[in-house]
Design a protein around this ligand. Structure first.
Ligand SMILES: [Zn+2]
Length: 79
């Protein structure tokens, strides 16, 4: 049995993903554009998202930032 996908939780770390779209659904209050609109999702990060969670749950900001930092580190280590 796999656990049901909680759309408010990051599928990578289980943290609150603070997705504005889910917040809007939960509270019924219009929210400003989600933080994820301005973030870059690296291919490496997206590859780590479980297939079941793709399109169902947002990642959290911490995981997106961590992946970006890792990608930048990798890029700076290239010759
Ligand atoms: Zn996360």
């Amino acid at each position: 049995m796999s656990e049901p996908i909680d759309p408010t939780r990051c599928p990578l770390c289980g943290g609150d993903n603070r997705c504005a779209m889910e917040l809007e659904k939960a509270t019924g209050q219009p929210q400003p554009a989600c933080w994820c609109v301005d973030e870059t999702f690296t291919p490496e990060l997206l590859a780590r998202v479980p297939a079941a969670a793709k399109g169902s749950a947002c990642l959290c900001m911490a995981c997106v930032r961590a992946a970006l930092d890792a990608a930048r580190r990798d890029a700076s280590q290239q010759p």
